[in-house]
Write a protein that binds this ligand. Sequence first.
Ligand SMILES: [Zn+2]
Length: 59
Amino acid sequence: MTDEIRGAGGEKPDAVGEVDLMNWACTVCGYSIEGELPEKCPDCGAAKEDFESVPIPGM
Ligand SMILES: [Zn+2]
């Protein structure tokens, strides 16, 4: 039988408040960095304002 009911209590929601580790992607050239937001893009030199936080896959 594969009729199991999931989430019958005891399931905790995803931690949305944790922003310790993020991936940052340059919206100008697409360069992505894991961890801290750099001062500027090492690839194209775009300012950090041009970076966008993206969720780390597989977390
Ligand atoms: Zn860039």
